[in-house]
Ligand binder design. Structure first.
Ligand code: PHE
Length: 453
């Protein structure tokens, strides 16, 4: 049997988990979903969902993972053996493959746009020509298929090399550079004419537009962006050493991820309005808007090429975390070798990627069903499981491991000292009473009102 890997350090874990969290979800999915759902109101709900719902679930998932040291199926099974709870793990394994399949399509777009940028094809693009360039690009089915194959092969290659060596090193370099480029872009975008109009659309919530459709979009986006609800963070937590502090790691991950998404919106909405483009322009939004902005700025060729290169890498550090879930399951539970598992499961994702590449509608349905519904259902069950089945008192002990919050009154017996940490108590209450209720209300609302794509 292969030995389970471990992250080198707490910093290594934060980097790898942020690498999973930060990806196309922040820069592609967040702005276009905000644009389609009325802007400011969606953004407000998304931020509330991150703090009040997704962050507590993140802490729960990482604790569960580290405590059991297992993939999602094994984690549920080791706490509640022989029960149906492992089905939540199976749902996660399946969701990982399905999300990877459509994610690879968008990642293929970033590979394609990187080549366009490097070869100078985007140098003279304008708001008039950008939509056509994009639609010609996505309707070339051979090209699309080729790009997906390239991207999935890269993902398989890294995952087959194993966790800490492949994933950790990769995230280290990429994120600081991505951040710098985003700041440069932000300055360009905010100094465009009509920038204020874009900011208004992005930041001013129009509460009269409130609906279940917007609520599920915001909730799903919060889970998607933090890689929650399918066991990624359980799996990543399982590679974390006992001595590292879980709570502060989780807070950093959520902070980095949310900042990058928010920043992406601050760049894209002013750019859309300055170019008279449509904020509800759908999944192609960033690929149509950003090249126009690059073409208009000094050094745009360099920044544009670098940007698409980094976006490709950000997508890769996320896609490997999707593949890692089913792969760690196949290794732990089915005794596959890492290499065989990566190739086989990556291959399945590739087959499902093809219809998403060829049809916008199919892509939209996959995105909604797996990216919003399945992640929300998975997160609901993870929260209930940790709070009520494993029990939050036990989770608190796991959480406190690696910090100095445990007391040892008598030999052996450990218990958690509530007096010492209010943050953890707040977490426990939120996970038990707020998270399940909110998710349930939104899911029930969706069922009653019918699913709208
Ligand atoms: N969080 C990733 C992103 O924002 C996507 C992802 C979803 C990764 C679910 C793993 C699991 O791009």
């Amino acid at each position: 049997m292969e030995k389970r890997g471990k992250w080198g350090s707490k910093f290594g874990f934060i980097l790898a988990a942020s690498g999973s969290a930060i990806g196309l979800g922040n820069i592609w999915r967040f702005p276009y979903t905000a644009g389609e759902n009325g802007g400011g109101l969606f953004v407000m709900l998304y931020l509330i969902a991150i703090v009040c719902i997704a962050l507590p679930v993140l802490i729960a998932a990482v604790s569960l993972g580290r405590h059991t040291g297992k993939n999602p199926v094994g984690a549920f099974e080791s706490i509640k053996p022989g029960s149906n709870w492992k089905l939540v793990g199976y749902l996660g394994v399946g969701t990982g493959v399905m999300i990877l399949s459509f994610y690879a399509v968008i990642a293929g777009w970033t590979v394609g746009y990187f080549f366009k940028a490097v070869t100078g094809q985007l140098n003279n693009i304008t708001n008039k020509t950008a939509p056509e360039t994009f639609s010609n690009f996505i309707s070339d089915s051979y090209l699309q298929t080729g790009l997906i194959i390239v991207f999935i092969l890269l993902t398989i290659f890294i995952v087959s090399k194993g966790v800490s060596s492949g994933i950790e090193v990769f995230s280290k370099v990429m994120m600081p550079i991505l951040f710098v480029i985003l700041i440069v872009l932000l300055i360009r975008s905010l100094t465009l004419k009509n920038a204020a109009e874009g900011l208004k659309y992005y930041l001013e919530p129009d509460t009269s537009k409130m609906s279940f459709k917007i609520a599920i979009a915001a909730l799903g986006q919060a889970f998607f962006s933090l890689s929650l609800g399918m066991g990624t963070m359980i799996t990543y937590g399982s590679y974390l050493k006992k001595k590292e502090d879980l709570l502060s790691s989780s807070l950093w991950i959520a902070f980095f991820d949310t900042s990058i998404a928010f920043l992406a919106g601050l760049i894209i909405f002013p750019a859309i309005f300055s170019q008279n483009m449509d904020p509800a322009g759908g999944p192609g939004l960033v690929f149509q808007v950003l090249p126009v902005i690059f073409a208009k700025m000094p050094g745009g060729y360099v920044f544009g090429s670098l940007f698409f290169a980094l976006l490709m890498i950000a997508a890769l550090t996320s896609s490997i975390s999707m593949l890692e879930v089913p792969v760690s399951f196949a290794i732990d539970e089915k005794k596959f070798s890492r290499k065989k598992a990566s190739i086989l499961i990556g291959g399945i994702a590739l087959i499902f990627a093809i219809p998403s590449a060829l049809s916008d509608n199919f892509l939209g349905i996959m995105n909604y069903v797996w990216g919003n519904l399945s992640l929300s259902i998975g997160a609901l069950f993870i929260a209930i499981f940790v709070a009520y089945i494993w029990k939050s008192e036990n989770a608190l002990i796991e959480l406190a491991e690696g910090s100095n919050l445990l007391e040892y009154p008598d030999a052996g017996e450990r218990f958690f000292s509530y007096k010492k940490n209010r943050k953890m108590v707040l977490w426990k209450i939120t996970l038990k009473y707020i998270v399940p209720v909110f998710i349930l209300v939104i899911l029930i609302g969706i069922v009653f009102l019918g699913i709208e794509f």
